[in-house]
Design a protein around this ligand. Structure first.
Ligand code: COA
Length: 690
């Protein structure tokens, strides 16, 4: 039965007929436009189990799209992320059509991915509105155009939303969900839920602003960098080098522009007048990109842009960007404006701190959040740089005006890491950035949380894990600690190799290694039992961390290995040592020398993991396993752990002595009395760890 709902959307009230939509109500998704983005989006929708109507204007475009989907699905199968059967099923869920009316008439959710032309989009939205059922949500995958205007082209503005995927949608985890004044909260919620169901990480943009979150931040530092080059203050290679080696970005703005195509940037610049009224702080366009385009330097696709490119059999070579090139450049000088934009997004309630951080990490490959970096640079320093720029370029005074949030932070002494508080609170021991520490008594979870880098371990993660262990050690409710990786692809793919680019002096490498040794040994000395729950890759440092744990449980789709030799290095966090002690020296040498990954089943046969469970039941099985440990006698467990950990490396006599001491200690506990009493009374013991 139809009901009438009144939806309050920040002052706006709209009337809508029909039940509220929920994720479960979505069965069929129409994807309009089968270009680069469209076919990728159709594929992931089908992989998530939805029926897909993929529509484009020409049969041959659709045919090409289906071929690309087939190829991409085969890559997923090759990488063992899905089975051949799952790929076939996904493929068969996609129907192609050239009629919009037919594509949307039974669709519960529509994703528009037609070319970036506002008039065209408005027309498509009006047509969809006419032909789709009343409950259907219409989302645009635009990366820049005003969503409110698309909403106004329909009679259901509350059900129009932005859903911005990143290219290629099959691989990129991020999705920006863009709300606007007339959009209902339900629409945002369903879109967020759908993004999650597609295996993506959604961030919410509360109000339409050009560039949303990710391209707004990218746009700010690209603009700054472009003017620096245009004014002759720096060269592209100097800027790219500074951002790569000093900030850790995967590539600087000029190499990225070459990759994307400078003509695309110029086309974007041409849209500026259309977006002007939504732009809180317009910036004058830098002529640099259009000058390059005029000279035919469009970027990598033509072999020259800001850099020259050589094509080899393996594809285009990356340009040489030496580390020394950026030595003179202060990265804060390039990034201050981007931090200012991020601050404005928070202050105006458009995005949260955490969503911004997720956005730059997943969308731009930042090694850390931009606000985390700002805290390290110092909020006062950011404001100071912006003010210096205001003085230096008086005609850009408004552009460089420090955001009131930053000024307020400085006034309150919230200067970042050095003052203990900035965008993050450094005095709050429970605030983590690279892990999630979650208590679910009697289990304490430590979730390695850098899914965008397959949970690769960096210095900060080592420090945070150590802090989380301390926290759970004190906590009486926690009996067992379980390590797990965020997402469903990896426990951890090892040490973060992007930090290797810094080519640190040997001594620093050693110090970084010692830190991890301190952590793995802390786990071995830890008074509670620690389990590694491996769901996906456990490679390099990931496996080394898992090997320091007391027990390892793996999903059947996991792969384990020490691949360092493939990078021309060797395991550094105990791989050659603990692995040899667990599987024996010959097998350990084989694994380290070949650097190959082995499946969970084989690891089980080698004694490297204690148990293998089906991936679909992983969470449940891990919990059951941890609960069984948590029910045991904690002090006796500790004595066993120490006797094994420290006895196996020692002569048998010393090991036996450790065991005797452990027994003597355990036998003198209340738990021992409880254990024996319960046995005699034929009941289950209740151990208290006393
Ligand atoms: N450090 C930093 N980033 C890593 C990483 C690591 N150890 N392992 C994976 N990543 C990143 C990738 O660079 C990629 O980032 P991008 O999306 O910005 O390009 C992302 O995680 C996903 O990995 P990708 O390689 O695209 O996935 P895949 O399914 O093709 O391959 C692996 C997965 C694990 C086989 C592959 O990533 C790999 O070999 N990683 C390195 C493992 C290693 O050598 N570890 C020891 C380090 S000492």
């Amino acid at each position: 039965m139809a009901v009438v709902n009144y939806i309050h959307t920040r002052g706006h009230i709209s009337t809508k007929v029909g039940e509220e939509m929920k994720l479960e109500d979505i069965k069929t998704i129409a994807v309009l436009g089968a270009g680069t983005m469209g076919h990728g989006i159709a594929q992931i929708c089908a992989m998530a189990g939805f029926n897909v109507n993929l529509m484009d204007i020409k049969e041959e475009i659709l045919k090409g799209a289906m071929e690309k989907i087939k190829w991409s699905l085969s890559k997923f199968v090759e990488k063992r992320r899905i089975s051949q059967e799952q790929a076939d099923q996904a493929f068969s869920r996609i129907k192609t059509m050239t009629s919009l009316e037919e594509a949307v008439k039974n669709a519960d959710f529509v994703i528009e991915a037609v070319p970036e032309n506002l008039d065209l989009k408005k027309k498509v939205f009006a047509d969809v509105d006419k032909n789709a059922p009343p409950h259907t949500i219409i989302a645009s995958n635009t990366s820049s155009l005003p969503i409110p205007e698309m909403a106004d082209a329909t009679n259901r503005p509350d059900k129009v939303v932005g859903m911005h995927f990143f290219n290629p949608p099959q691989m990129m985890l991020l999705v920006e969900v863009i709300s606007h004044d007339k959009c209902s909260e339900d629409t945002v919620k369903v879109t967020v839920d759908l993004a999650k169901k597609l295996g993506k990480v959604p961030i919410i943009v509360r109000k339409y602003v050009p560039g949303f979150v990710v391209n707004r931040i990218l746009g700010a530092y690209t603009w700054e960098a472009a003017w620096m080059v245009y004014r002759g203050e720096a060269t592209p290679v100097e800027i790219d080098s500074a951002l790569m080696y000093k900030v850790g970005l995967p590539m600087g703005p000029f190499e990225l522009a070459d990759l994307v195509g400078l003509d695309i940037y110029v086309a974007q610049e041409k849209m500026a007048p259309l977006l002007q009224k939504y732009e809180p702080r317009p910036r004058p366009i830098c002529p640099l990109f259009s000058e390059y385009v005029k000279e035919g330097k469009l970027g990598r696709k033509v072999g020259k842009g800001f850099y020259e490119y050589k094509k080899t059999e393996a594809g285009w070579e990356r340009p040489s960007i030496p580390r020394e090139a950026g030595e003179k450049i202060d990265p804060v000088w390039i990034m201050a404006l981007a931090v200012n934009e991020a601050a404005a997004l928070i202050r105006t309630g458009i995005a949260t701190r955490d969503d911004i951080e997720t956005g730059v990490k997943l969308g731009l490959g930042f090694p850390r959040g931009i606000l985390e970096m700002a805290d390290e640079w110092g909020i006062d320093r950011i404001v100071e740089v912006l003010r210096e720029k205001q003085k230096k370029y008086p005609d850009l005074k408004d552009v460089y005006e420090p955001d009131p949030l930053l000024v307020d932070m400085v006034n309150k002494g919230q200067l970042g890491k050095k003052s203990g508080k900035g965008f993050y609170d450094y005095e709050k021991p429970t605030e983590f950035r690279t892990i999630i520490a979650k208590k679910e008594p009697p289990i304490g979870w430590i979730i390695l949380n850098r899914p965008e880098r397959l949970n690769a371990i960096n210095a900060e993660m080592i420090e945070e894990i150590s802090r989380a262990l301390d926290m759970f050690e004190e906590d009486k409710d926690v009996r067992v600690v379980v390590f797990k990786g965020a997402g469903d692809r990896a426990f951890s793919a090892g040490a973060d190799v992007t930090t290797f680019r810094f080519q640190p002096p040997a001594f620093n490498t050693a110090v970084f290694t010692f830190r991890m040794h301190r952590l793995t040994q802390k786990i071995e000395w830890y008074p509670k039992i620690v389990i590694a729950a491996i769901n996906g890759y456990a490679l390099g440092g990931g496996l080394e961390l898992a090997m320091a744990c007391d027990l390892r449980i793996a999903s059947d789709k996991s792969q384990l290995g020490q691949p360092e030799v493939n990078l021309g290095i060797i395991p550094g966090w105990g791989g050659t040592q603990r692995l040899a002690r667990i599987v024996g020296p010959a097998k350990a040498k084989e694994l380290c020398l070949l650097g190959e990954r082995i499946p969970a089943e084989e690891a089980y046969k080698l004694g490297l993991v204690n148990k293998v469970v089906p991936a679909e039941k992983f969470d449940e099985e891990v919990k059951n396993f941890a609960m069984r440990i948590a029910e045991g006698a904690p002090l006796a467990q500790r004595a066993i752990k120490y006797a094994v950990n420290f006895g196996w490396q020692a002569p048998l006599s010393t090991g036996l002595m450790l065991e005797a001491m452990g027994l003597a200690l355990a036998a003198n506990t209340k738990d021992a009395i409880e254990g024996v009493t319960a046995f005699l009374q034929k009941r289950k013991p209740k151990f208290k760890g006393e």
